[in-house]
Design a protein around this ligand. Structure first.
Ligand SMILES: C[S@@+](CC[C@H](N)C(=O)[O-])C[C@H]1O[C@@H](n2cnc3c(N)ncnc32)[C@H](O)[C@@H]1O
Length: 418
């Protein structure tokens, strides 16, 4: 994060370098998530407490983490005196700057004594109130004027844990019984497309889920679970999952039907996770290929697909509460660049679909450029495409709560030239 690296990449790297063992890695992750969820508030507080630039950057980051945690509403996950003590200790051991210890101690204690008025001043700024960059807040408010506030507030709360039961091993009712027997409470949503879904009352480590290692169940958000049903791959069909890693939707497709599935992924390291996912779930193998889906000349054998899933790379703005670093790492220009990539992928893959076939375009984005506008412009430039259901934006929230996703299901006209 400090060098523009995502938390998902930084944590394993630091672990591999021996910075943390198992339990400390979990604690560091929890601390990192909480600090990033409150980064806008922490920055505003630091500006109020110390209007100059804190140097070195390491000291500034330490202060931001401490301020984010100390300014959480009660009950806070860490006792205030422990936090201040640990931050002061860390400033002494990590920074060669003289006076670092005194500065950290003074600023954090001032927040403790003057918390209410400092917080009230800080929260006047939208970035501090919603803990998102201003451009992101503006974009959401422009796209979703009535819902933006709720969506932004939701992103400050941890996301629920949804499961997808592997129907090749047990029915949802049977797995629900297994959960109850293990003392784990869950509910089963009654909605079309969510027949395999369960939502846990309380999130827990996957290792505690009965049968997880043997493939009884997967972790997958409710919105993501809609993809396989919409795509509706039938036994024997030839299907393409164009952007497949880590294989959540690949596995869901194979749980539902024995089909000939090609799973593409551009990132070789991520591609290995597709095979891992399928092995854990004891599913028939898909053909996994490391390739650029936007360049079919490099991997396509010329046989048309009955179904194509394009779960395109996107801003991930719909899952920002699961990845609180993303909002701070993205730049406003990224959205247009991602929309161009999505358009190129759509245009490259469409000719590979047989007449009468279906292509499902998915993003976990809330920005119309990656959703409704992308779908409308595709339909406008492809007269042989029709929308099977109206393209739909799912906003984060709902009951049970789910992530923000966009879905557009296109069919190729039967009379289109093969
Ligand atoms: C949204 S994720 C896919 C999630 C996956 N479908 C699942 O349900 O587990 C998008 C993936 O597409 C990959 N990707 C991005 N551009 C690609 C391209 N041009 N060709 C193939 N894969 C690509 C990314 O590396 C990333 O793993």
């Amino acid at each position: 994060m400090l060098r523009g690296e995502s938390l998902a990449a930084a944590l394993p790297r630091l672990s591999a370098q021996g910075a943390w063992d198992g339990p400390r890695r979990g604690a560091a992750q929890a601390l990192g998530f909480e600090a990033l969820r409150g980064l806008g508030r922490a920055r505003a507080l630091l500006r109020l407490l110390y209007p100059r630039r804190v140097k070195p950057a390491q000291l500034e980051h330490l202060l931001l983490v401490a301020l984010a945690l100390l300014s959480l509403p009660e009950p806070r996950p860490y006792a205030d005196h422990t936090l201040v003590f640990e931050a002061v200790q860390a400033s002494a051991s990590r920074s060669a700057t003289r006076g670092a210890r005194g500065l950290v101690n003074a600023l954090l204690r001032r927040l403790q004594t003057d918390r209410e008025s400092l917080l009230a001043q800080a929260l006047e700024q939208p970035e501090a109130r919603y803990n998102h960059p201003q451009w992101w807040i503006d974009a959401l408010q422009a796209a979703w004027p009535r819902e933006a506030q709720r969506v932004l507030e939701l992103a400050s709360r941890p996301a629920p844990l949804a499961l997808r039961v592997n129907p090749r091993q047990a029915s949802r009712a049977q797995y629900l019984e297994r959960l109850h027997a293990a003392g784990i409470e869950a509910t089963a949503p009654c909605e079309p497309g969510l027949e395999q879904a369960l939502v846990l009352e309380q999130a827990l480590p996957v290792g505690r889920l009965p049968g997880f290692d043997d493939g009884a169940v997967s972790v997958q958000d409710l919105s993501a679970q809609l993809a396989a049903g919409l795509l509706d791959v039938q036994p024997g069909m030839r299907a393409l999952d164009a952007c497949a890693a880590p294989g959540g939707k690949t596995a869901h497709i194979l749980e539902r039907a024995d089909c000939e599935l090609l799973a593409l992924e551009r990132d070789a390291a991520r591609a290995t996770r597709i095979g891992d996912t399928l092995r854990r779930l004891r599913l028939a193998a898909a053909q996994v290929q490391v390739a650029d889906a936007a360049q079919p000349s490099g991997w396509w054998d010329g046989r048309a697909f009955d179904r194509i899933l394009l779960d395109a790379p996107c801003s991930a703005s719909g899952i920002s509460r699961r990845h609180p670093d993303i909002r701070w790492l993205r730049r406003p220009d990224d959205i247009a660049a991602l929309a161009t990539q999505q358009r190129q992928l759509l245009d490259a893959l469409w000719p590979l679909l047989r007449p009468g076939g279906r292509l499902l375009y998915v993003t976990c984005s809330l920005f119309p450029a990656e959703g409704a506008e992308q779908a409308a412009s595709f339909l406008a430039r492809r007269p042989d495409a029709l929308a099977l259901v109206a393209p739909g934006q799912i906003l984060p929230g709902g009951s049970p709560e789910r992530d923000g996703f966009f879905y557009a299901l296109f069919a190729k006209r039967d009379d289109a030239p093969a």
